[in-house]
Each structure stands twice: as C-alpha cells, then as structure tokens.
Design a protein. Sequence first.
Length: 582
Amino acid sequence: MYTLRPYQQDAVDATLNHFRKSDAAAVIVLPTGAGKSLVIAELTRLARRRILVLAHVRELVEQNHAKYTALGMDGGIFSAGLGRRDNEHQVTFASVQSLARNLDSFDDQFSLLIIDECHRVSDDENSQYQQIIAHLKERNPGLKVLGLTATPYRLGYGWIYQYHHRGMVRAEEERLFQHCIYELPLPFMIKQGYLTEPKLIDAAIAHYDFSSLQPSDSGSYNETELNSLIAKHPRVTRAICEQIMEFGGQREGVMIFAATVRHAQEIIGYLPKDESALIIGDTESDERERLIQAFKQKQIRYLVNVAVLTTGFDAPHVDMIAILRPTASVSLFQQIVGRGLRLSPGKTDCLIIDYASSGFDLFHPEVGKPRPDSNSEPVQVFCPGCGHANIFWGKTDAEGQVIEHFGRRCQGLLEMEGETPQQCDYRFRFKECPHCGAENDIAARNCHQCGEAVVDPDDLLKRALQLKDALVIRCAGVSFSNTNGRLRIIYHDEQGEELSESFDLTHNGQRGVFNRLFGRRFGDGAKPQKFQSADEVVSQSEGFRAPDFVIARKVGRGQNSHWRVRERLFDYEGKYRKANQL
Ligand SMILES: [Zn+2]
Ligand SMILES: [Zn+2]
C-alpha cells in the first residue's frame, strides 16, 4: 500500500475539482520522478465509472498498471506487446498502438480517458490518439480527458495547452487540452528532497561548439551536419571520454547522450568494452531490454544512447549524466537531466556534465518559444498594463538587469467576475494599424480591430527599393541630440550612411508622433513613457529601440533637395536582412 505525497494528493484534488465544474480537457505537469503513475492510480481508484489509461510504450502501461494493482485494485491490460487483451475491467491500461488497432473492443461508454506522456498527442485527426478520442467521444460526448506530462511544450508546436491555472495564457491557438490545472516545478522537488541534488560540473577540458548549427523548427539537428562538425575535432571526443571515465569510475551508473549513431559508435570505442553498451533507435527490443536490465543490475556502467532514452526510462541508480549532444529547448535538457535525479539508496547526488555547452539552466522555466540565440536566457518582464510577470527570452547585463527582451504580447490572463477570461492585450512589440491606430501583432496581416489590411513591411521595402527618389537605410543604431531645443534623431546604417529627422517636443502634435513611435517602445515596450522634452530623451537615450529600416523620400529640387524620413519599420521580421545579421 502506498501513501500519496502531499503534492500528489494536491494533483488528485485539482483534477476532481476541475472535472466537477467542467468537461474541458486538462493537463497535469509533474517533473520526471514525481510519481505520475501513483497520481493516475489514485484517480482511477476513486472513479466509479469506466476509465481508460493510455501510454505510448509497454513499459509505461506496465508501470501504471502495477501501481494500480499495488493499491489493491484489479485492472485490465490491453497491449499486444504484453500479450494481454483485457477489455472487461472497470479500469483498463492500454497501449496507444494496440487500442487504436482494436477500437471495436471498446464500444462501451467511458467516463474518463487518461493519457500519460500527453505531449505526444498531435493535432492530426488521423493520429492514433485522435482516433481513440474521437471513438470514445462518439460513445460518450461528455468524455473527460486528462493528460499527464513532464514537458508540456514541444518545439515547433509550442505549449500543448491554452491556459495555466496561475493566470497565464500559453498557446494562443486552440488546443485539445484547454487547462493546465496543476504544475509542480523541478526546483521544488529537489528542495523538498523528492529528487536527487544535481551537481553541475563545468567541463573545462574539452567541449563541442554546436552553436553554428541551426535546429529545425521541431528542434532536431541535421545528422550530416552534426557528423561533419564532430569529425572536425577528433581529439575532443577522445578527451571527453577520458574525463567521463575519470569521473565515472567512482559512479554507479553513467548515461551518455550522443549526437548521432556514428558519434555514439566512436564514443563506445573509447569506453571499457565489458562495462559499456549502446542503445539506438534500431536496437531490437529484446536486445534493448537485455541491455537495460544489465545496466539496472549494474553489470554495465556506461550506457550510451542516441535520442532513445529521454522519456519513460527508469533506472534510479543513475548518478552521472554526460551530455554530448546539442539540445534545443529547456524541456529537453530537463528531460535528459531528469534521468539522473531519481532517488536511490546510497545515492547523494548526480553529476551532470554538459559537453555541448547548451547554456540551459536546469532551473530555468520553459519560455515556450525557440531560443533566439545562444546568448539569450529567460528573463522576467512585468506588463505595464496588468502587472503580470512574463517570462520571455532576453538578455541581461553583468548585474542581472534585463537589457533586452523578445516578448511580443503579455501572457497575463484577465479574469473578471462572470466573464470569460481573456488574454491581456498589452503588446511589447506591435505594428500600428494605419487606418484606426490599433496595435497589432508584428506578423498580423489584418487589423484585429477594424479588419483593414495592415501594411506589409516587405511591400513597403520592395516599393521603396524600386524608386529612384527613395532611400532605404538598414538601421544599425540611433542617436539623439538636442539641437536648438528640437530633438534631432540620426539613424545610422552599418556603412556609416545616415538619415535624420527632427521633432519639436514643445509642439503637441509632434510630441504625440514621437511618443507613439519611440516613447511607446521605450525599454522594449516594458517601460512606455511620454517624453516631454528633448533633454529628457537625450538623458535616457540608451532605453530607446532603433527601427530596423528607415525609408526616406527625396524632397525639393537641385541644391535644395534633401531626404525626408517617411517610414520607420520597427520589429521587422521578413525576407530582407537586418543590420548586424548574417
Ligand atoms: Zn498584461
Ligand atoms: Zn485598424
């Protein structure tokens, strides 16, 4: 018999509360090692009606079933891999593949569908998950769906749910899962002693520099590019393996995450033969099972893998993780490290060495967008509109102050009594509608307020570049000065060419234009201000953002002709190269 930990009980209570009020699908986020299967077991134990528990691999089906049985309950298993096809029990633990191929076996009404590792569910209605959900909903339109995961975010897709219970909007698009009703952060688990303390070591000896490689939208790297980069530095891998053995000699179980199959084979060549094994995607399942068992029984010390042991693999004795592959998201980094954080008798810490210098901090929150570049880190930016503390990618100075951030719209969820909750409409970056003045997302094609087409900056640039009497500057920086009481702005391009314009800030109209263009965007939109004088602007000039392009037209004739600035394009995202970009 198990007793639930307090947070597991909280997760159970949150689920009961939610489904008492609503049929909307919900997600529980628990870090690896938090004991998801016990939460599932308790929920299924409390239920009176029929329940299905789905998992994508048979190990998880088995684990979840075992925890349920340990509560003294009798549940069915439906999994070809486990050789069982029970469909009569009140609670059935099924593998997705087996169930999707035998939907006819489940023609009764189910009240609850629980999906383990639910970040795997895709929007594709032909996917096995969606087929199962559609089938069950046909029998019972009031079917409730609960997902559990450690990583509610996928690169290339974004957040898998829409609203977080702490008042945040995550995905702005519709999702199968509407609400995250409970989330437990990794640092809490470690602090409370539910997970092992990670001991991060800086690998000074040698490391890979994968920063020149661009991951795809879904976060994967090109294998050929990886191989050629690794092959360029033959001594690096050898030196790393020597260090792994030096530390690993005093460790119980060492997991090594390689970048490619060829890379993994090179690594295994440097490790002691009788103490090492390699598991890749092509490893036969019997062989994989045999190797994993040998590793768990500590007959093997070093287990090298290529992208296969990031989820669902449970070997609590692992006390060293060596990362020799690039990781494109905080979630994936946490998943990898999570393999070593389970509690185990005699284990006091887990050594983590990131030879790929991904720069991710284990305790960083997930930002929900791909990292713009390797110097970026999650920063907290308060909304001037609603006060919500947003987490965006950004940059900080030596004192930790935010000097730049890449957020677009506030993620605060405004809940008014008796109204449907709405996302705060404050925008840190925006495109102003030329027709009604409303602020739109920088990628918007039509104004959200008046519906008119919002000017496409690429069209503006293309047109201007075709005109003889127009000048386009790729703006690298902007400087301000007080010239006889007027504010003079100079836009500089990379080659030293410049354009300038002046504003009389004592004049109401001109002051308004300047503040809409520059004051509103002060501090990356996090500190909008209405500036009253040229001196005030000059004294705070480092807080202004420069436009990416400035377009001017020639006015006057002959000797009197000069350039007059017509457009300043801020936050440009399009096909033309910006300043300081390659
Ligand atoms: Zn806000
Ligand atoms: Zn408009």
